[in-house]
Design a protein around this ligand. Structure first.
Ligand code: COA
Length: 506
């Protein structure tokens, strides 16, 4: 046996379970529910899914795939396009599976990421026939050490009838020790989660497994698919500056200190760029308590701004992968990966008082946010953890550029075409135009701030026109709307490829 494999396979009784990806893929039963490791393209099994793609060339079979969050192309593109995925949850971000979801070929359950583990416990997700988990090692005392994400792997391993391990020897051994696996007990019987500080460790360095459940071990050397985020631009830099000024005002008001509060920052280019903006600020000793640790977090560790970062996964661009995984020992005592039911736990988000920064696709003049559905109909990615954080955070902040598609779309509309975060969960909105602090404001007060401070100049007059007519039409009601017109901007976009309208002046 390869020495590198021998070193990582501590539990010697498992040596006989090592087999090829094809042999392991043949074990997956048609119609079964499969729980896979992986979270935002990190820590997912890769060679077994590709062997399943090969198997699908000669045999028709389908499985339901549940994961931590989005996976790399092996599952969310190739396996989906091979027709193998019947149902998928709880998050995806690949155009391959997205197109299949939006053409009805894959059934997609878009769910709060903190909820999945409870659904497994309740048997709503399951029974899980197979858990397929990428690991960096299996220890002598029978613990699976995950790789670049923890996600839902612990609950899948616990509840699955069979566990298949993809032992990835390309991940550095120095990954052993960065995970903290704590599993809450059954609902109604569990103790409070004993965390009062985001830097605290609560559990074990790996996932305990009954070795008898391990059905196969497949060796892999495939790296994670790199993240596709684009670098910050002038507008996202501007959004970061606006947000930093807001935090300075919060400090002056005595609500925050220079260390702020544990920060959560969402997926995607915009959230990453906004976090990157902290690099040139005076803020220091920052703690990140997020779900995805993107490039910006490691840049901020390097800049001496972030002293500790915890999440459920590490998702990096190619450049940062080389830098971080090539020198992981430099970061190991400053990072921690947790199960997503802990990173996203409402109890902890509220107790630790997180500042949460997530991205909206669109929002309306009263502060309702759509993060998931383009024009109310087509799934983009999913709600991910944004709802877990926004509702429970000390400050629920949403960022977005004020426009999309070269200005054909206003990100601020009269009424959102789908609601992920209601006005009750949205504290602050930031666009490149400015900020609306909605805390303590009534709907009409919010509308004035959102239109005046956050809307793109090309759409401001159009929004005021709608709002003023809605106030008049409803007799100045609590939340004025003209129902026949509220979604007309999206209708206009579908018909004329723009939300811009001629305003008819009386
Ligand atoms: N209508 C239609 N399309 C829109 C749009 C709108 N109102 N606003 C943005 N888009 C499009 C952009 O044009 C872009 O399209 P492209 O991929 O064809 O270029 C795409 O959406 C992504 O937008 P971008 O501005 O590049 O932002 P992003 O990479 O930061 O992603 C979200 C934004 C909302 C899609 C992403 O943050 C997301 O999926 N969020 C939901 C999950 C979440 O918040 N998780 C956080 C917990 S960690």
């Amino acid at each position: 046996m390869d020495l590198r494999v021998e070193k990582r396979l501590g539990l010697k009784e498992l040596v006989g379970k090592v087999m090829s990806a094809q042999e392991a893929a043949a074990l997956i039963e048609d119609g079964s529910v499969v729980g896979m490791s992986g979270f935002t393209r990190a820590g997912d099994a890769k060679v077994i899914p590709m062997a399943l793609v090969e198997r699908a060339k000669n045999e028709k079979f389908q499985i339901d795939v549940y994961t931590g969050a989005s996976l790399g192309p092996e599952v969310d593109k190739y396996l989906a396009e091979a027709g193998v995925i019947r149902k998928r949850g709880p998050f995806q971000a690949d155009s391959g599976i997205r197109n299949m979801i939006n053409s009805g070929q894959v059934s997609y359950v878009d769910a709060h990421l903190s909820h999945n583990a409870e659904l497994v416990r309740q048997g709503i997700i399951g029974p899980i026939k197979h858990a397929i988990i990428e690991a960096v090692a299996i220890t002598e005392d029978g613990m699976i050490i995950p790789t670049t994400s923890v996600g839902n792997s612990p609950i899948f391993v616990d509840y699955a009838e069979n566990v298949i391990i993809e032992l990835n020897i390309s991940h550095p051994e120095s990954m052993i020790g960065i995970h903290d696996i704590y599993i809450p007990g059954e609902q109604g019987k569990r103790e409070p989660i004993p965390m009062t500080n985001a830097e605290q460790r609560l559990g074990t360095i790996g996932i305990k497994v009954d070795p008898a459940k391990i059905q196969a071990i497949v060796i892999s050397e495939e790296p994670d698919a790199p993240s596709m985020i684009v670098p910050p631009d002038e507008e996202t830099q501007n959004m970061a500056n606006i947000l930093l000024d807001f935090f300075r005002d919060e400090i002056k008001a005595g609500r925050l200190t220079n260390e702020l509060a544990p920060l959560q920052s969402g997926v995607g280019s915009v959230a990453n760029a906004v976090l990157d903006g902290f690099a040139d600020s005076e803020f220091e000793n920052l703690v990140v308590a997020s779900e995805v640790l993107q490039d910006a977090v490691f840049n901020l560790i390097d800049a001496g701004k972030v002293k500790f970062a915890a999440g459920a996964s590490i998702t990096l661009t190619k450049e940062l992968q080389e830098k971080v995984y090539g020198n992981l020992e430099n970061y190991a005592d400053k990072i921690c990966l947790r199960p997503q039911e802990i990173s996203n736990h409402p109890e902890l988000i509220r107790r630790l008082g997180l500042i949460s920064i997530n991205t909206a696709l669109e929002l309306d003049i009263y502060g309702n946010v759509n993060s998931t559905h383009v024009s109310g109909t087509k799934m983009m990615n999913g709600i991910g953890g944004s709802g877990d954080f926004a509702r429970n955070a000390r400050l629920g902040i949403f960022v977005t550029k004020s426009y999309a598609k070269a200005g054909a779309i206003s990100s601020i509309v009269p009424m959102v075409s789908h609601v992920d975060h209601t006005e009750h969960d949205v504290d602050v909105i930031v666009t490149e135009q400015g900020i609306a602090d909605l805390r303590g404001l009534a709907p009409k007060e919010r509308a004035a701030l959102i239109i005046e401070n956050c809307a793109h100049p090309d759409y401001k007059e159009q929004l005021w026109d709608y709002y003023n007519r809605a106030v008049e039409a409803t007799g100045n009601a609590q939340t004025p709307h003209i129902l026949e017109e509220a979604l007309s901007w999206h209708v206009n976009l579908a018909k004329n490829k723009t939300m811009k309208k001629e305003i008819v002046k009386a």
